[in-house]
Design a protein around this ligand. Structure first.
Ligand code: SF4
Length: 66
């Protein structure tokens, strides 16, 4: 799994960090960012929930293939 956050789209709603606090956090400006080492989601099943919860669909989750 690979997670991308489009910070140009993110409005800092914080839903991702609320939904999956072990993966997402908010930077000093309030925009979503990934916690260190969690670019792959860390196997957290809440990642997909967080992507769905984002009101502006700034989070893209790509499943690893193969
Ligand atoms: S839920 Fe979406 S808009 Fe809100 S902080 Fe996370 S990525 Fe940004």
């Amino acid at each position: 799994m690979h997670i991308e956050i489009d910070q140009d789209v993110c409005i800092g709603a914080g839903q991702c960090a609320l939904t999956a606090p072990n993966v997402f956090t908010q930077d000093d400006d309030g925009f979503s960012t990934l916690l260190p080492g969690k670019e792959d989601g860390g196997g957290d099943p809440l990642v997909k929930e967080a992507a769905r919860a984002c009101p502006v669909h700034a989070i893209t989750v790509k499943e690893a293939t193969g």
